[in-house]
Design a protein around this ligand. Sequence first.
Ligand SMILES: Nc1ncnc2c1ncn2[C@@H]1O[C@H](COP(=O)(O)OP(=O)(O)OP(=O)(O)O)[C@@H](O)[C@H]1O
Ligand SMILES: [Mg+2]
Length: 497
Amino acid sequence: MLLEVQHISKSFPGVKALDDVSLSFYPSKINAILGENGAGKSTLLKILTGVYSPDQGTIKLDGKEVRFENIADAQEAGISIIHQELSLIPQLTISENLFLGREIRTPFGFLASAEMQRQTLTALARVHLDLAPDTLVGKLKVGEQQLIEIAKALMTDARVILMDEPTSALSDAEIENLHGIIRGLKREGKTIVYISHKMEELFRIVDHYVVLRDGNFMGAGSMDETNSSSLIQMMVGRDVQVQEKTMAETLGSEVLIIEDLMLRHPYIKDRNVLRDISFSLRKREILGIFGLMGAGRTELLETIFGLHPKMSSYTLIVDGQSTLFNSPQAAITHGLAFVTEDRKEEGLVLGMDISSNISLPNISQTPLLKEKKEKNLAREYIGSLGIKTPSENQLCGNLSGGNQQKVVLAKWLSTDPKILLMDEPTRGIDIKAKQEIYELMKQLVKDGLSIILVSSEIPEIMALTDRILVMSEGKLTAEFITSQTNEHEILQAALPK
Ligand SMILES: Nc1ncnc2c1ncn2[C@@H]1O[C@H](COP(=O)(O)OP(=O)(O)OP(=O)(O)O)[C@@H](O)[C@H]1O
Ligand SMILES: [Mg+2]
């Protein structure tokens, strides 16, 4: 055993995140930590890298007890981590991010920019990214940022690489790319610890697993000798029904019609990010939008939500009335809500508690009534969405990744929207919570809502939607009735021509 933990416990106010956990990771193998949202997976990785110190218990590396005060200590010992919440600085370039805090200098003390650029190119090539080192990280897609985090970890020559949900924001093609990179690392003798909620992916790549439930160790074994239902049983404590296809409810009239939508490129003149997009959404419909990373799906939702008023042009009819949204506020007033993909950047204020976050878009209340109402509302959603927290006063930054995503959803549901735009709403959410969110979406459309769902997971889009639009390179390339199409056809339409 290269890396072991023995009798590790860690408590936070109101939660025992890890309770006397002992387990080990196999050297030169891909090890997975499985468990529901809030099971303690990220906490364990943070203890292994000195971000948190355990209340009790020991960590052993190569049979010797080690103690890390901070990430740098762990890195020194050869353990590197890629966090669930991306930690790159958007205002800095790729190269500046990769060398942050360990800049290379010339003998005279100047920054050795050329050398750092050269090493950045090498690092980018390792993760198959073809980008200029001086690109601002803030301009990159979440998926690209994820790969840069990985490139950064690889630069420190780690023997053990801990990856907390590296694929949650990646498209299938990018996951394939990442798996290739990880297999290569394993061949080089690196030890990988990997967290993912995507069962099918775990069976493709992982050698050994450990399962946590509510901070307790539940079991471990070889991936070859188990199957997904027994793993789920271990994680959840009961069987989970796997998603079955929705029955198309009777759809109503068109609630949103968009015609000739165009979005200009922010930096390149005469280039369009989106063009010639026309479609409509009907009452009680779930309309899926599928596309590979970079196809323009997020930009499409942003444009509809009034986030690019100066750069876009289109005809929009909402509820029979021709309109234009020159701000998100205007969109909200017309009954739209937007559950964004990147919960840290746009979805949540991590330094505020759950109830304030949920009430964020509801700005029209009197302060006196406000707090009590906020708390009641928060308690309601904590119950109905199963948000795992000691109370509604918990800071969102202290919630597990999946539970943060549920708060984002609650925040937008609380505006009582008529049209819900959802961008990868189940990213990082465990299998049970996913089913709950699917059920919720079905209930919402039954109650008269309409949903546009952007997802990179074909099974998810197939299971939930009535119709699927496919995007590629900023254009719509196909439209399918969900019950009359298949995975192959959808992927085919999504590939750039
Ligand atoms: N800094 C903190 N302060 C307070 N509570 C915390 C803190 N960090 C984690 N917790 C709590 O500890 C528990 C375990 O959280 P952890 O982030 O380890 O879960 P996880 O298994 O990674 O879940 P997910 O799949 O949702 O990412 C949760 O209840 C979480 O709210
Ligand atoms: Mg986590």
